[in-house]
Design a protein around this ligand. Structure first.
Ligand code: UD1
Ligand code: CA
Length: 457
């Protein structure tokens, strides 16, 4: 069985944060979930998460069937180090398992690389394989020590390296593949005789090499994959790399991003061909957008379903559905549970909440539509308010097909405007508007002739 051990017990002091490091987000996803997801997608069926600092929060946020948690004891006088962290997971390591070591703060590792690492490890019949890369400036990383036949012998940490070793450019990513049986053997033989008095998992390589086991080095070119996040500066850098990956994939699938450096789309979002997305768009969660849509600047769309050929300008749409050929915005606000029909127009400063709005209907400007069922071919005039709340309870308004609600009217719910009903502008409607009737609910105009002249006297 292929399993991962994900180390995420460290405190992450340089983040200067109350949130445990693995729970900081990049492109909307916890870093730890990015790692777990890559592992899952690479066919790793069980993930053992080593937690310590803020363990309750970490465990709560990562509860999942294929995630097992082990707690690394922490505190004054307790041993520390990556080797000690792996030891905590020893009970989960089977002799025939293939164990991948990963980190909660190295979120950019991809499924592809993990798959290739596992293949390289198995195909080469290695006991351990180290994922490495080359850096012009390797400062801070463990260096890969090789013999004259290019076989890896050991990994030396920066702090323990001599001058000659410090010049080595090939570095340890910290990610490895181990055969279970030999990993257990190595863990039983780790010590903390080094400058930091830590148990280093890196020492497992030298231990196994000394025993004559075959160790592999799988070297990758894309060093962004092993990018570690230790500060909020690096968090933003990781976010940028992830954003570029997401946007590239979306563009290659046929979506036009006018300025991919300024477009924020989460990896869970799906967008159809020939949709154009303008700068400043934020598209999140479980959102699906169809083909040939126009998503204008500064739109924010969360957990929503957008059909085909829809134009959305500078608007916010949350947990709602918009059907084909409809125009939204600029500055419209669709709140949760709104379903907008086909060929609809929702214009500027229109807010819709928990409502159905039928095909070919219009609310072109300045309206509030809440808890309503609006039929098809309805006109909601400028400034119409669906008065759905009496301070305690919410009530429903129904406006049937072909009705016309004149500007600046109030529909006081619960109330129904029947088919073909016509509400005169400025009305406050409290009773049913019958089928085909005109309802006027406002005081009649009174003209007082010569009033100004009299007043001046
Ligand atoms: C480690 C490697 C180094 C490699 C580098 C790559 C060792 C000894 N060194 O160094 O060769 O180049 O990663 O980034 O392994 N952690 C725990 N419990 C612990 C200690 C650490 O869970 O007791 C976790 C931390 O939360 C962190 C990760 O392990 O996510 C790495 O630990 P860190 O101390 O940062 O190792 P490095 O010094 O970076
Ligand atoms: Ca580190």
């Amino acid at each position: 069985m292929i399993k991962s051990i994900i180390l995420a017990a460290g405190e992450g002091t340089r983040m200067k944060s109350d949130i445990p490091k693995g729970l900081h987000k990049i492109c909307g996803k916890h870093m730890i979930d990015c790692v777990i997801e890559s592992a899952e997608n690479a066919g790793i069926s069980e993930n053992i998460l080593v937690v310590g600092h803020k363990k309750e929060e970490m465990i709560k946020a990562t509860k999942k069937e294929n995630v097992k948690h082990v707690v690394q004891p922490m505190g004054e006088g307790v041993p520390y180090g990556t080797g000690f962290a792996v030891m905590q997971a020893k009970n989960y390591i089977g002799e025939d398992d293939c164990i991948i070591i990963l980190y909660g703060d190295t979120p950019l590792i991809t499924k592809d690389t993990l798959e290739k690492l596992i293949y390289f490890h198995k195909n080469g019949e290695y006991t351990a394989t180290v994922l490495t890369t080359e850096f012009d400036d390797p400062t801070g990383y463990g260096r890969i020590i090789k013999d004259k036949n290019d076989n890896i012998m050991a990994i030396v940490e920066e702090k323990d390296a001599n001058k000659e070793q410090k010049n080595i450019k090939e570095i340890n990513s910290g990610i490895y593949c181990f055969s279970g049986k030999q990993l257990i053997f190595a863990l039983n033989n780790l010590d903390n005789n080094n400058t930091q008095n830590e148990y280093y998992i890196t020492d497992a390589i030298e231990i196994l090499n000394n025993k004559g086991f075959k160790i592999g080095c799988y070297k990758i070119d894309d060093d962004t994959e092993i990018f570690g996040v230790n500060s909020k500066v690096q968090l933003a850098q990781a976010e940028l790399i992830m954003r570029q990956r997401i946007n590239e994939k979306i563009m290659l699938s046929g979506v036009t991003l006018v300025d991919p450096n300024n477009t924020y789309i989460q990896s869970t979002v799906k967008i159809g061909r020939d949709t154009i997305v303008y700068p400043g768009a934020i598209i999140e969660g479980n959102t699906q957008i169809g083909e040939k849509c126009f998503i204008g600047h500064n739109c924010r769309i969360i957990d929503s379903e957008i059909g085909n050929n829809i134009e959305i300008q500078s608007s916010t749409i949350i947990e709602s559905k918009v059907n084909d050929n409809t125009k939204i915005g600029p500055y419209a606000y669709l709140r949760p549970n709104s379903v907008i029909g086909k060929n609809v127009k929702i214009g500027d400063f229109v807010e819709i909440k928990n409502s159905i709005f039928g095909d070919f209907s219009k609310a072109s400007h300045l309206a509030y539509i809440g808890d309503a069922e609006v039929g098809s071919n309805v006109n909601i005039g400028c400034g119409v308010v669906f008065v759905n709340y009496d301070g305690k309870n919410k009530y429903k308004t129904i406006v049937e097909d072909n009705a016309f609600v004149g500007s600046n009217s109030n529909l006081i719910a619960p109330v129904v405007v029947k088919r073909n009903g016509y509400v005169a502008a400025g009305s406050t409607i409290t009773d049913e508007v019958p089928n085909g009737a005109l309802s006027i609910a406002r005081a009649r105009q009174v003209n007082k002739e010569g009033w100004i002249k009299k007043k001046k006297k």
